[in-house]
Design a protein around this ligand. Structure first.
Ligand SMILES: *Cc1c(COP(=O)(O)O)cnc(C)c1O
Length: 382
């Protein structure tokens, strides 16, 4: 099918929820993507931090092929090994405790919210401006953006919003009725904004004082993206609950809500569930991603290449924010620049708003590919 035919199909058959770029991709390998005309692109977006090891990483493909050819689904009324192993590894690599496996970021957030509400019944949630936690009704209620929320009111009640970089306001919003404080260690969708460490400290302290849970949303910044397995490791704050998704499956839909020991037993039989969750195929893929990301030296390489990317961007006169390979910078007309970079420079990046470009290359990106991307960016900025 031609691109024009696909666009017609989209108009006819798909709800108009996405503003797609006029490119059809047909193949991917590592940091490279190819369109239907055979043009080769550099992917510095990875489907918004999903293809964490690049496209079609051989270890992920091999794990998938093997599992898909053996058993795809039996559901959660029975045992299969890959999901159980995945849960154990995620808990051991983070908070300890227990894990609920699911299929997306929003679903991981829903689990965290339900867990916190059940633990402190009727309790409120505290969230910060600019936060993004997903599109389902609960996750959307935790996402204080007027344009995203307004058409869907009334939302889930009980969410209090405080300014992003105001530790005092956050601390003041937490009391004995607070079920949880929910934060991204580095806000992704708002344009790559690392949370002020004072705010995170204040959140931890306020949660401890009032017996509320601190939930950190690592859906975008986790899984090695910032050069440590979890972004919060660099901030010296340990949450009670953590949400993971995006890069976890290396391109497949899988999420997880990890509850540390203090919150691990809140959800009981009948409280929560999800038909597809923890299935052996996606869990096999996630286990393969974890194998690679936890190899000796892998995350050191992410930090080194993150420094290389940041230095390259500074060399273009830009002022990058972020950590590791999660980088954003401000520039005028970002959506137009992103479109030009895609169509003219064959560099895939993304505008998170009118004034911010975001780069989330695969963690396996090479130094040469970073140099190449910086060159293309320089040419595209003209
Ligand atoms: C993408 C994202 C979500 C939502 O994940 P979905 O898989 O799209 O539901 C939640 N939180 C953060 C920080 C995200 O980046």
């Amino acid at each position: 099918m031609t691109l024009a035919e696909l666009q017609e199909l989209e108009r006819d058959a798909l709800m108009a929820t996405y503003a797609r770029n006029p490119v059809e991709f047909v193949r991917g390998e590592g940091t490279r993507l190819w369109d239907d005309d055979g043009n080769e692109y550099l992917d510095f977006l990875t489907g918004i931090s999903v293809a964490q090891l690049g496209h079609c990483h051989p270890r992920v493909v091999e794990a998938l092929r093997e599992q898909a050819g053996r058993l795809m689904h039996v559901g959660n009324l029975f045992y299969t090994e890959p999901g159980m192993r995945l849960a154990k590894r995620l808990a051991d690599l983070s908070l300890g405790g227990r894990v609920f496996l699911c299929n997306s970021g929003a679903e991981a957030i829903e689990c965290a919210l339900k867990l916190a509400r059940k633990r402190r019944q009727g309790g409120d949630f505290v969230v910060v401006e600019g936060g993004f936690h997903g599109r389902t009704m609960g996750a959307l209620s935790a996402t204080p953006q007027e344009s995203k929320q307004a058409p869907f009111a009334p939302l889930v009640p009980g969410f209090r919003v405080v300014p992003r970089d105001d530790a005092g306001a956050l601390a003041a919003a937490v009391d004995q009725h607070t079920a949880a404080v929910l934060l991204e260690p580095i806000q992704g969708e708002s344009g790559i904004h690392p949370l002020d460490p004072d705010v995170l400290d204040a959140a931890r302290e306020a949660c401890d004082r009032h017996g509320a849970l601190l939930i950190l949303d690592e859906i975008q910044c986790g899984m090695g993206r910032t050069g440590t397995l979890w972004a919060h490791e660099q901030l010296g704050v340990t949450p009670d609950v953590m949400t993971v998704a995006k890069g976890l499956g290396g391109g497949l839909p899988v999420g997880a809500c990890v509850a540390g020991p203090g919150a691990a037993s809140v959800l009981e039989p009948g409280d929560h569930g999800s038909t597809f969750a923890g299935g052996p195929v996606i869990a096999a893929a996630a286990n393969a991603v974890l194998d690679v990301v936890t190899e000796d030296g892998f995350l050191d390489g992410v930090r080194e290449r993150g420094d290389l990317l940041t230095a390259g961007l500074r060399g273009l006169g830009l002022e990058p924010r972020g950590r590791g390979l999660m980088v954003g910078f401000d520039l005028p007309d970002a959506p137009e620049v992103a479109r030009r970079l895609l169509l003219e420079q064959l560099l895939v990046v993304h505008a998170t708003g009118p004034g911010t470009l975001r780069m989330l290359p695969p963690l396996t990106v090479t130094g040469d590919e970073i140099d190449d991307a910086v060159t293309r960016l320089g040419a595209g900025l003209g």
